[in-house]
Structures are given as C-alpha cells and as structure tokens.
Design a protein around this ligand. Structure first.
Ligand SMILES: C[S@@+](CC[C@H](N)C(=O)[O-])C[C@H]1O[C@@H](n2cnc3c(N)ncnc32)[C@H](O)[C@@H]1O
Length: 313
C-alpha cells in the first residue's frame, strides 16, 4: 500500500467519526508498505497489510467471508480480467464498456474512488484524468490481481475454452495508465474508509444490486464525495436478488412501496431531490445504457445492459 494513503484513510469501524490510523511497518519497499498493521487511534481495531494489500473491511476479520464470496474464485477472476481488458487483447467479442464509462468522466483535480473496482480497469483509465485513484473492492482475489497489474504492468490470463481445455493470453497496460497514481484496497462500499467531502469523483459500476444495503452504499458515496465540484457515475443492470439483499432494501424492481418502479428512476430521484436524503443534491448530466460483457468459456458469454447515470454537484 502506498504510504500516501496514510493521510487519506480513516478507520471504517468508527464511521462517521473520522479516526486516523497509526501504522506499524514490518516490511516496506520504496514508498510501499508490504507488510504491516494499521491500528485505529480511537477504537484500537487492527487492519492488516499483507503482500502490499491493505485489508480494511472489518467484516473480513469477523467471519470467513472469503469462503462464501464467488468473486474470490480463479474462474471468476479470469472472467473479470477478460471483461475488463478484452478490448486491449483484441479478443473476438470483446467489449469496450469500461472505456465508454471512463469517457463519461471529466478530468479533475483530487481523488477518484472506484467502488467495487474488481480487477481495476476503470481505475486505471482514471489515472489519465485526475491526481490519484483508489480502487476499492471487498474481494481479496480481485484486489490482489489489480495490484499485481499495478506493479508488474502485465499479466497472463488463463481463459477457459471448453471443459478442462484452456488457453493463455498476455497483455501489458498501456503506457498512459500511470501506476504511481493508483492504489487498490480491500474495503466495504458500505463503510468507505475515507473522510467526508474528500473525493472528487466516485464511480459505482455494477455494484448497487450486489450489496445488502443499496441505500447505505449511496449514502456512503454521497458522504465521501465533495459537496461542490464532484462527479458521480453509477451504472447497473438492476438485477435485484433476495440472495444479495432483502426485498425491502431494494431500490427498485418492486410493485409497491417507497421504491416501486425502476432502480434508475428511483436513484435519480434520490440524487436530485432538493432537501432529500442525499445532500447537497446532485444534477443529472447524462444517462443511458451500455452493453457490458462477461465471458465464461469460448462459447458462453453474458451480455448485460448496464443503465448509467452521470451526475455532478
Ligand atoms: C458485478 S461486479 C462489478 C465489478 C466492476 N465494477 C465492473 O463493473 O466490472 C460487483 C463487484 O462489487 C464487489 N463488491 C460486492 N459487494 C461489495 C462491497 N460490499 N464492498 C465492496 N465491493 C463489493 C464484488 O467483489 C465485485 O467486484
């Protein structure tokens, strides 16, 4: 973890109070802490830095979240590496959805956060548009792969062709994506370890239907983003599911109740309503839909329509 994050991070267990960490560094390399412990100056919670990855999700220390998380499996990591980087590989059926999402963002000063960043494509794109980007995800396997790309700037993906037949593809990050301007951490999008009013742009791509408390995710995104001169990009297929969130917590897809109707409409209302839950209110810049793809094997792809909205305040 780059040492400059020590000035940015606050203890996720103490939110909304903003408590700094004291660091114990066991092993470092240049400006990176490779092994160490971050201890909250208030509650005393300890968060590990292992192989350069800071693990700031309190849930991970409470239960074996690793065992239940499908995003931790090597086949899903490979699918997401393909999904994020297939256009650079000139793969058949590749998708350039992440470049399209990045094109919606304006260059800005300060910090960008990519919440639910998976293997990092959007975060890397944003290194060309702002001072620093932090990719946040609660799946350690995704963050480990994103950090390996950040450091080695190349990787080999093993792609399933059919059954046990696989093929490998290599790729390198384009030179314009600056590794000095990005970091990836394990953290929870419902308890972001950042100060209020500290983030200039925040992206939440295909995440809100994957968290147990979608409204809390929006409130967290709203808390950490700057009150003025901030950008917010949210995109989602709104695949609400009771496996992820109880129906009463969905922000759409219901016939009755506060969030009856479609997720996109409800989230837009939440963001733009004067004196609503999310203050200061946001102004919609643009909205639309784009196709995003995930590859399972040579003959099986999921094509997902992700509905985006881009707001500013
Ligand atoms: C459907 S994937 C989308 C990934 C990426 N944003 C993209 O569009 O390719 C959902 C992502 O959210 C992450 N995720 C799920 N719940 C999370 C949480 N509470 N905090 C942080 N990340 C979470 C998953 O690990 C996964 O990377």
């Amino acid at each position: 973890m780059k040492k400059k994050l020590l000035d940015i991070l606050v203890c996720p267990a103490c939110l909304p109070a903003e408590k700094r960490f004291t660091e114990t560094v066991q092993n470092e390399h240049d400006d990176d802490i490779i092994t160490g412990v971050l201890t909250c100056s208030c509650c005393g919670s300890k968060f590990q830095i292992e192989s350069g990855t800071a693990i700031l999700d309190p849930e991970i220390y409470l239960c074996d979240a690793y065992a239940d998380n499908k995003y931790e499996t090597s086949s899903v990591v490979s699918s997401y590496l393909w999904s994020h980087y297939s256009d650079l590989l000139h793969e058949e059926n590749s998708s350039d959805a992440y470049r399209q999402w990045a094109d919606l963002m304006k260059p800005h000063t300060g910090l960008c956060v990519d919440a639910g960043c998976a293997v990092g494509r959007f975060a890397f794109e944003m290194t060309t548009k702002c001072d620093f980007v932090i990719g946040v995800d609660n799946a350690r396997a995704f963050i480990r792969n994103a950090r390996e790309l950040l450091i080695n700037r190349r990787t080999t993906i093993t792609l399933k062709e059919e059954g046990f037949i696989t093929r490998t593809v290599d790729f390198a990050l384009p030179e314009e994506w600056d590794s000095r301007k990005a970091e990836f951490i394990v953290a929870d999008a419902l308890s972001l370890p950042f100060r209020a009013d500290s983030v200039s742009s925040l992206a939440s791509l295909n995440l809100i239907d994957k968290v147990p408390l979608p409204l809390q995710h929006l409130q967290e995104a709203n808390r950490v983003t700057r009150q003025h001169k901030a950008q917010f990009l949210l995109s989602d297929p709104y695949s609400w599911s009771e496996e992820v969130a109880q129906e009463r917590n969905w922000l759409g897809g219901q016939k009755h109740g506060t969030y009856a109707s479609h997720g996109q409409e409800n989230i837009l209302n939440l963001l733009t309503r004067e004196n609503g839950l999310l203050q200061p209110s946001w102004t919609l810049e643009t909205c639309g839909r784009l196709w995003w793809k995930i590859r399972t094997h040579a003959n099986h792809y999921e094509q997902i329509r992700s509905c985006y909205l881009k707001a500013a305040r």
